[in-house]
Design a protein around this ligand. Structure first.
Ligand SMILES: Nc1ncnc2c1ncn2[C@@H]1O[C@H](COP(=O)(O)OP(=O)(O)OP(=O)(O)O)[C@@H](O)[C@H]1O
Length: 272
């Protein structure tokens, strides 16, 4: 089967030096893919190449059809919150994109927005101001906006950034459910453990693709060390894969005070 979208040996740089090199990525219909890698590895850059917001300097972006609709969920940190809008207004912006010549929401659109919000577990927040929501709730609102446009594929930049572990788990679970219903999903994340538990195809990126495959195949110490250029540790526990950076003994030694025998450590100033 042909992929829905492909990057073919793509190289791109913002300046003269390439930011990402020789990226070959196939996204097939119904796939659920996570790009992982350290800060500055080029994850967002690859998403922008997939979205067509950046053009390859070498290689090419190939789409199965020109009408392919991609729903984009940006990093919530990049959104300007001073704009006074309600949850429903944000979600309805997705419908405007779908029918750009009809700027007013139709009753059917309102009902669809409510259905999507209910599906994402935030139906009760419809009239709330977006600024007053938690990070996890805001993330769902932007996911709802993307779904409102009835996309063929969802692209999410760091959907679990800035939320607690439980919320991150819920968001990934929700995306896994959408994928089960047939949605093609590509995301970036720093959260290796949640990705290992929920995402069936992982792309390890650091300027170029170091490896890609199912979590058990790519989350090895060798591949992670090359991806993160750090000493990574992989633990298999009760069927789960747990990834952690190995604590550096010198760092710990530098941080902790050396205890003097016979003298209890002093209490830090300012603490009651
Ligand atoms: N618009 C831009 N102009 C110039 N350089 C940029 C621009 N956007 C990103 N870069 C640089 O390109 C490199 C890759 O950035 P990118 O945002 O793709 O990384 P990332 O893996 O998504 O990082 P993070 O995990 O921190 O979000 C970084 O060194 C960054 O400073």
């Amino acid at each position: 089967m042909d992929p829905l979208l492909e990057l073919r040996n793509v190289t791109f740089g913002y300046g003269r030096i390439p930011t990402v090199r020789n990226i070959s990525l196939h996204i097939h219909e119904g796939q659920f893919v996570a790009i992982v890698g350290p800060s500055g590895a080029g994850k967002t850059t690859v998403l922008k190449l997939v979205l067509g917001l950046l053009s390859p300097q070498q290689g090419e972006r190939w789409c199965a059809r020109p009408s392919l609709r991609i729903g984009y969920v940006p990093q919530i940190e990049t959104v300007d919150w001073s704009f006074p809008v309600t949850v429903e207004q944000v979600v309805l912006m997705g419908a405007v994109r779908r029918a750009p010549f009809w700027p007013w929401p139709r009753r059917g659109d309102r009902e669809q927005a409510q259905r999507i919000l209910d599906q994402l577990g935030i139906g009760a927040l419809r009239t709330r101001h977006i600024r007053d929501l938690s990070g996890g709730q805001q993330q769902r609102v932007f996911l709802a906006r993307a779904l409102m446009a009835e996309p063929d594929m969802l692209v999410l930049d760091e959907p679990t950034a800035g939320v607690d572990m439980q919320t991150a788990e819920n968001i990934l679970h929700l995306l896994a459910d959408l994928n089960q219903q047939g949605m093609t999903i590509l995301l970036t994340t720093h959260d290796l453990n949640t990705a290992a538990a929920h995402v069936p195809w992982i792309v390890c990126l650091n300027e170029t693709i170091i490896a890609q495959g199912p979590p058990h195949a790519v989350f090895t110490e060798e591949i992670l060390n090359r991806t993160y250029r750090a000493d990574m540790m992989v633990i298999h526990h009760e069927g789960l894969l747990i990834v952690q950076q190995r604590p550096h003994p010198h760092t710990l030694h530098d941080i902790l005070p050396t205890p003097v025998p016979g003298h209890p450590p002093e209490e830090s100033p300012g603490e009651e």
